[in-house]
Structures are given as C-alpha cells and as structure tokens.
Design a protein around this ligand. Structure first.
Ligand code: AKB
Length: 336
C-alpha cells in the first residue's frame, strides 16, 4: 500500500487525479484543499486536510505520514495571481517550499526519496512580440524563459527549487549526497475538462466557450480569434502526471518536461464548438491585459524529450478531444 498526497485536490486536475487513484487497489490518498471536498470526492480518499498549503501547521501535521508520492496541484493561476501577486507568491512559492521541505524530511526518515510531481506551465515562457511568437513555433524547455506574469515567475522559480532540493540541497554539508526528494515537473498547456470549469486562468477561454455553448449560453471570448496557445484534454493531463511518476529515474534526462497535444487558435476552437452546437453564439471582446498574457505564451511546445525519455504520446488530438471526450460528456452533464 503506497501513500500519495494530493494538494489542490478539489481543483480541476485534482478531481481527475482522485478519480484515477480511486481505481487503483494499492494506493491510499491523502487530500489537501482550502475548500471542503465535495462528498463524492471525500469518499474516494483516506484522509482530508482542509487547510492552506502555506500554513506551517499543515506541514508539521503531515510529517508523520509515510508519503511516497506527492502531487502538488494547489496554485493560484495566472489571472488570479495578477489580481493578488503577494498572495500568489505565498501560495505558489512558499507553499511549494514547505512541501519540498516536508518531502525531504519524509524521504530522510523513510530512507527512500519522495517523488514530487509538480505541474508547471507554458506561462514560464515569455515571448516578446507576436512576430517572435510566430517565428519561435514549438519551443524547447530551455528557450524564452522570461515570463511576464507572477504565476509564470513563481512556477519557473519552483522548477529550479525542486531541482535544487533533489540534486544539490545543502551541498556543502556532510549528508548532502543523500537524495531525499525526486522532483519531476510537467509544463502543462491549457487543460480542457468535460466535467469541471476552470477559474483564475488565462487559458480559460477555450473551456468557457465549450461549456457556455453546451448550456445554450452566449459567450464573449476575451482573446482575439487568431490567438494560439497549446491545449490538452484533461484525461491526457492526468495520464502524463501518472506516467511521469512511474517512469524509471534512469531514463529521465530532465527534471522538467514540455508536453503537448494540440495548438488551435481561438477561432479554430470556436469552429469546433459551432460544429457540435450549431446554435452557439460566440463573439470576441478581447481584454487587453489578458490578451497580452496569452500573447506572451508560446504558440506550441516541442515535447520530443518527454516522448523519447518516458514514452509520452497524447491520446487526444483536437478532433478526438471534441468528438470522443468533450462533446459527448459535456452534453450528457448538462442534459442530466
Ligand atoms: C492558466 O491559464 O493560468 C493555466 C496555465 C496555462 O497554466 N491554465
């Protein structure tokens, strides 16, 4: 029986990850979330801590748990973080440092490194202009690392912090060679779930457009029709996390991996939505500041390292995401 800690368990990825672990026989899940977990999800886990991840009391309460894998999903996303940058720093950075320290202590006590799975983001990229974005195309992990948002800065720093905690923590001390944390990160594109609606992100226009159409509501898209960033269907996001966690450490040449699936423009998403829901009313009312944020993100990612090192292949391209996952499930959710 292995024990897995999931922070931000009540969020979009959290729900899908809890669904995944509920199917596993030998996994005990401890969930952490600021809000109360809906009863259907609370039933799927062994224990729930309703707490703020930046609270040091939570970290000391968790120290006695024999956690072998930690999925640190709790974060303030890009739009929320711009509204409250200090709070974003406290949650996104201090919260992550606390959990890395927790993992280090547990790893040391148990004698096996704790696997620390960290969802990073395409917000770590900062393209200077639309011309540069177009020329760059699918970016590699080490290019354009000049984020423009608090969220992107927080995530990029935490990627470095995770690597440090894994490989060089206290490098001048006598016990430094001992590895207590095995940090692994994925740079997620915008995620689209059929069962939950995101809040606080800037890639939210795609899921918002689809969910509005399924409910027969008009939608004013907050970015221009030509806006392009990578997206992924939620089941692929969960698959990537679980696959990276299971990968053999010797096969991993990086601590941080891009993962891609499809990269449509807002207009191409609107066309897919209109095809599925012909009565959909989609208009464009770009919000200048949110537009600037997505314009600074890459148009696509090069995920060849993930493909080569741990066999990453998405199950859903744009057509399959709409036809086999989003439309059937969303339609039944709102019909029901
Ligand atoms: C956001 O929009 O902030 C997130 C992300 C791309 O990381 N969905």
């Amino acid at each position: 029986m292995s024990t897995v800690l999931v922070t931000g368990a009540g969020g979009e990825i959290g729900h899908s990850l809890l669904d995944h672990f509920a199917q596993q026989q030998n996994t005990k899940v401890i969930a952490v979330d600021l809000a109360q977990l809906p009863p259907a999800y609370a039933q799927k886990v062994h224990k729930v801590y309703q707490a703020d991840i930046s609270d040091p009391n939570l970290i000391s309460d968790l120290e006695s748990e024999d956690i072998s894998e930690l999925y640190h999903l709790a974060a303030l996303l890009s739009t929320s973080a711009e509204k409250n940058p200090e709070r974003a720093h406290a949650v996104n950075v201090n919260g992550t440092l606390g959990l890395l320290t927790l993992s280090r202590k547990i790893g040391e006590r148990v004698g096996v490194p704790v696997k620390f799975l960290f969802p990073s983001t395409i917000a770590v990229y900062g393209l200077k202009s639309l011309e540069q974005k177009q020329q760059a195309g699918a970016v590699n992990e080490d290019q354009y690392l000049t984020p423009t948002t608090m969220y992107g800065i927080n995530k990029l720093y935490c990627e470095q912090l995770g690597g440090y905690m894994s490989d060089r923590y206290g490098q001048l001390s006598a016990s430094a060679s001992k590895k207590n944390v095995d940090f692994r990160a994925l740079r997620f594109p915008g995620l689209i779930s059929a069962t939950t609606i995101p809040s606080g992100g800037t890639s939210d226009y795609a899921p918002e457009m689809i969910h509005a159409a399924a409910q027969g509501k008009p939608y004013a898209c907050f970015v221009r029709p030509d806006t392009r960033i990578p997206f992924m269907a939620m089941p692929d996001g969960v698959k990537a996390l679980v696959q990276l966690a299971a990968a053999n450490a010797d096969a991993l040449t990086k601590r941080v991996y891009n993962i891609g699936a499809f990269a449509p423009s807002a207009e191409e998403i609107a066309e897919m939505v209109q095809g599925a829901f012909p009565a959909a009313q989609i208009t464009y009312e770009p919000h200048m500041k949110r537009q600037a944020i997505v314009d600074s993100w890459c148009a696509d990612v090069n995920d060849s390292a993930a493909r080569k090192d741990w066999g990453w292949v998405p199950d859903y391209d744009l057509n399959k995401a709409f036809n086999d996952y989003l439309i059937p499930i969303i339609s039944s959710v709102y019909a029901g």
